[in-house]
Ligand binder design. Sequence first.
Ligand code: SF4
Length: 222
Amino acid sequence: MSTSLPMHGDKSVADHITIGLSKVAAALRSQAWEGGTARRLTPTQGQILALLAERAGEPVRLNQVAAELCMTAATASDAVATLEQKRLVTKSRSSDDHRALTIALTGAGRREAQRTMGWTDVVRAGVAGMTPDEQAVFLRGLTKIIRSLQEQGVISIARQCAGCTYFQPYVHADAAKPHHCGFVNKPMGEGQLRLDCPDFIPGSEAEQADRWRQFLDGSKGR
Ligand code: SF4
């Protein structure tokens, strides 16, 4: 006798979650095209503007754009060249490495980036409707998915707590705030995990593997 619920058919829960995430990705892509078409921006160009806006005040290099947005160096370079022609970004030589190019938003680019970042509002509305407990569980799940994408080589950079040298998982007895961030020197709960933190410092591979194991094992029996 099948143990599947009739609504699941022959698909597993993992299949349904994967389908759900694909739908979210498709909705974001459609929003990006719809919002961008009127202003003649491709989703790639919009993603670059949004990344630069999130990193305001930090020098962002071309190779970093490519790595963080999972695109080839050539695609990133072409998109940045187009944005430069539209006067939405400027390129300059990095002050610490003159062979590297850094990219920054112009005033018009900053305004365009604000509109671009609105493309994600449709998803944010759904996330905002979740309870704090649901958000914390979801955040932990996303942390695991992103870690897996890194291990598979799909994502090269993820500035998330689980890979950060400051992160100390399950060092506190308080179930509401079991982790510790050494950067701010404060306990943190699952709902405070960061997926893109400006203060992230990666540890060595061995350190990251140890920390990840502590993060997974620490939840057992709690
Ligand atoms: S510095 Fe940022 S990424 Fe690192 S543990 Fe603290 S909050 Fe997490």
